[in-house]
Design a protein around this ligand. Structure first.
Ligand code: HEM
Ligand code: NAG
Length: 343
């Protein structure tokens, strides 16, 4: 009898332990957090199958950036827009096809502002002649973003690769995933958390706005129609606002939408001047200025102002983490022959 009871107790205890350990990690996870999948991506993934792949991408990027420095900004942003919508699967590169739903690239958040597609096409064409059906478009984009950071900011990081290309691209998903420019710090934190990225990584990656441009339409509410009592956003430096108004006259029509540099100090250098702009209330987008104005992120911004080298290191690491969001690997997806079309 005693033996029977203790046997039963032991089995019960074992059962409880199993249940506990199975449920524990789920309990420990913060709500909504879905950590960037611990991706089986690998540095040097093409070392045996296409050792020249990364070099070809670098040459294509260097050439394009030499002709137009803005392309570096375009490629870094393109990688971000790829990764936040259906993971880093090259879905942003797919063209819309007649008779199918409109593709990501033709969403208002991407068209007409996203740039650099020809650079990916060019690198892909060369790689396809040397190593057919081997290197994914998603990886080419990840390499191109890294090479852009090197060119524009002298920032280097190794890119784990082995992504596969997706076969679906839907414009209807874009605005559900990408943060809009009017988000505040808390909303940005939540948006990045959904992708498994931390508050610090969100602030670090926003430093990408130290290069490139924005259309007036992305921030003109701050100049002309902020709210009922303040037509102009009081968090915007008044001299900077006056300058922006000369560049972005009250839109008389929707045909012209001029562009303005995101970083007024060093518009083509990927550096921490973006964060010093915020201290002078010269963040261009609401989503930029909020990082200094919110107590949630203020300290992180101040640290990036003080320690530019630390920020640069963190930027590389955060790009790697962003580059691993919901990737397809192994036998998932495909290796596209042309980055604009599924096979
Ligand atoms: C934190 C939330 C973010 C918001 C709300 C946001 C929003 C925007 C907006 C509205 C523009 C201007 C588009 C236009 O009007 O032409 C822009 C440009 C840009 N964004 Fe972001 N962005 C965010 C995060 C990021 C991240 C994480 C990266 C990359 C790591 C990035 C890289 C860029 C770059 C490089 C540009 C300039 C593009 C060019 O000159 O072609 N952004 N962003
Ligand atoms: C307009 O914005 C300012 C600054 O953020 C704020 O103090 C004010 O209460 C707002 N007014 C309205 C009507 O929302």
């Amino acid at each position: 009898m005693n033996v029977k009871i203790s046997k039963f107790a032991a089995v019960l205890l074992l059962f409880c332990l199993v249940v506990f350990f199975l449920s524990e990690p789920a309990l420990a996870k913060p709500k909504h957090a879905r950590p960037a999948k611990v991706a089986p991506l690998k540095i040097g993934f093409y070392a045996k199958t296409c050792p020249i792949a990364e070099k070809i991408v670098r040459i294509a990027v260097n050439e394009a950036v030499l002709l137009n420095p803005g392309i570096a900004a375009g490629l870094i942003r393109m990688h971000f827009h790829d990764c936040f919508v259906r993971g880093c699967d090259g879905s942003v590169l797919l063209d819309s096809v007649l008779g199918k739903p409109v593709a990501e690239k033709d969403n208002l958040a991407n068209n007409p502002s996203l740039r650099g597609f020809e650079v990916i096409d060019q690198a892909k064409a060369t790689i396809e002649t040397l190593c057919p059906r081997t290197v994914s478009c998603a990886d080419i984009l990840a390499f191109a973003a890294r090479d852009s950071a090197l060119k524009a900011g002298n920032i280097w990081y190794d890119v784990p690769a082995g992504r596969r290309d997706g076969r679906v691209s839907l414009s209807s998903e874009v605005l559900q995933e990408l943060p809009p420019p009017f988000f505040n710090a808390k909303q940005l934190e939540d948006n990045f958390k959904r992708k498994g990225l931390s508050l610090d990584e969100m602030v670090t990656l926003s430093g990408a706005h130290s290069i490139g441009v924005s259309h007036c339409s992305s921030f003109s509410n701050r100049l002309y129609s902020f709210n009922a009592t303040h037509p102009q956003d009081p968090s915007l430096d008044s001299a900077y606002a006056a300058f922006l108004k000369t560049r972005c006259p009250l839109p008389a029509n929707n045909v012209v939408d001029p562009i303005v540099s995101l970083d007024i100090q060093t518009p083509t250098r990927l550096d921490n001047k973006y964060y010093t702009n915020l201290q002078s209330r010269r963040g261009l987008l609401t989503s930029d200025q909020t990082l200094l104005d919110s107590p949630l992120t203020r300290k992180l911004v101040v640290n990036n102002v003080k320690f530019g080298n630390v920020w640069a290191k963190k930027f590389g690491a955060a790009m790697v983490r962003m580059g691993s969001i919901d990737v397809l690997t192994g036998k998932q997806g495909e290796i596209r022959r042309n980055c604009r079309f599924v096979n």
